[in-house]
Design a protein around this ligand. Structure first.
Ligand SMILES: Cc1cc2nc3c(=O)[nH]c(=O)nc-3n(C[C@H](O)[C@H](O)[C@H](O)COP(=O)(O)OP(=O)(O)OC[C@H]3O[C@@H](n4cnc5c(N)ncnc54)[C@H](O)[C@@H]3O)c2cc1C
Ligand code: FES
Length: 329
């Protein structure tokens, strides 16, 4: 049977029942992947003709037809079909790992945001903008985005205390320097596209600043000269943090422009008032077509920004978003 892979227009032979990711790798088709277990989303591709069978959580099997997306690592090929793999020139393959790490610093950034620094026993390879599952105890596990770079010796996370939150509450009251934690990853597809040379729109809501800092630092480290427009949205001026880091980055990177936007009153403050999406809408007309956008933070902000950017002409495949969905228990 035959699988046609776009945009490479390669035709690959396979036996029915073969795993899609394995077929792509056997034929050296460039494809990003990490966990190989349906968790990180890195291997997502689009079915453009025919269908594939995707195994989900537990024993559920779903047929993905033309126009639908499937995780290659969870897909089984049963018929002739065609798929589209994302940006073959931007492939990242960081092996999924589980590492032990030690808490080396916990710092208050605002009234409800903590900066957590971990020293991993071994280095974790990841791309700027990715996240990891952090296990503080067997019962306290949540995804958090790295604010650091893979080349740093330490892993840095910014955690907002959610009212009534189980894990952020644990971090707030019980986590201490010297504690041992487990870090699994990397995960996520909202990572820096280093091959892109056009303008970048980076939108951070609250602790969404963590992956955005990693992306901006990563772009500078890779000597990218793209114009970078960073919008940092907060609910009130007291939620702003990391301004000194942003100022340092802007000093070192003349292509970086930073806008801090607060929803509530900013009288007497050097920041804009309103929703971060309104600020972007008023700054940019329909001239966003060549942009790549990175959106990180609360789900409502990410959803509103995704909609706006689509209306302003950025193709959906050039919008890389990580919404900080609650993922209990
Ligand atoms: C891909 C990804 C990356 C993430 N990265 C970060 C990060 O870098 N920094 C960070 O602080 N968080 C991040 N999060 C969110 C984080 O994983 C937890 O969901 C968050 O810390 C709350 O966990 P909790 O156990 O304290 O709250 P829970 O006990 O899970 O929730 C308690 C209550 O609060 C609500 N709730 C949970 N989260 C929020 C929220 N963000 N806003 C409003 N209400 C909420 C829940 O619906 C529930 O009612 C990320 C989430 C995802 C999916
Ligand atoms: S490699 Fe397929 S979802 Fe992680």
């Amino acid at each position: 049977m035959e699988l046609i892979v776009h945009p490479l227009d390669r035709t690959l032979a396979f036996s029915p029942g073969a795993n899609l990711l394995e077929v792509l790798r056997e034929h050296n088709v460039p494809i990003s992947y990490s966990c190989t277990a349906g968790r990180c989303g890195t291997c997502r591709c689009k079915v453009t003709r025919g269908s594939v069978l995707v195994s989900g959580s537990e024993t559920q099997i779903t047929r993905m037809n033309e126009g639908q997306f499937a995780l290659a690592c969870m897909s089984v090929l049963t018929e002739n079909c065609e798929i589209e793999v994302p940006e073959p020139d931007e492939v990242v393959t960081h092996p999924a790992r589980v590492l032990k790490a030690t808490v080396v610093a916990i710092e208050d950034m605002t009234h409800d945001i903590k900066r957590i620094v971990l020293r991993p026993a071994k280095p974790l390879s990841f791309s700027p903008g990715q996240y990891a599952q952090v296990q503080f105890t067997p019962n306290h596990i949540r995804p958090y985005s790295m604010a650091s770079l893979a080349s740093d010796e330490e892993l840095e996370f910014h955690v907002r205390l959610v009212p009534g939150g189980r894990v952020s509450g644990y971090i707030n009251t019980e986590l201490a320097v010297g504690h041992s934690v487990r870090v699994s990853g990397p995960l996520g597809t909202a990572y820096l596209r280093e091959k892109h040379s056009g303008p970048m729109l980076c939108v951070a809501g609250g602790t969404g600043l963590a992956p955005i800092l990693s992306i901006v630092r990563g772009a500078m480290g890779a000597h990218m000269t793209n114009p970078i427009y960073l919008y940092f949205g907060v609910r009130s001026p007291r939620d702003v943090y990391g301004v000194n880091w942003l100022e340092d980055l802007a000093r070192d990177c003349p292509n970086l422009s930073v806008q801090v936007v607060s929803t509530s009153d900013t009288t007497g403050q050097s920041m804009r008032t309103g929703l971060v999406t309104d600020a972007i809408a008023s700054d940019w007309g329909d001239s966003l077509k060549d942009f790549r956008a990175y959106l990180c933070g609360s789900p409502p902000m990410v959803e509103a920004a995704t909609l706006l950017l689509k209306q302003r002409g950025i193709p959906p495949e050039h919008v890389y978003a990580d919404a900080f969905y609650a993922v209990g228990p």
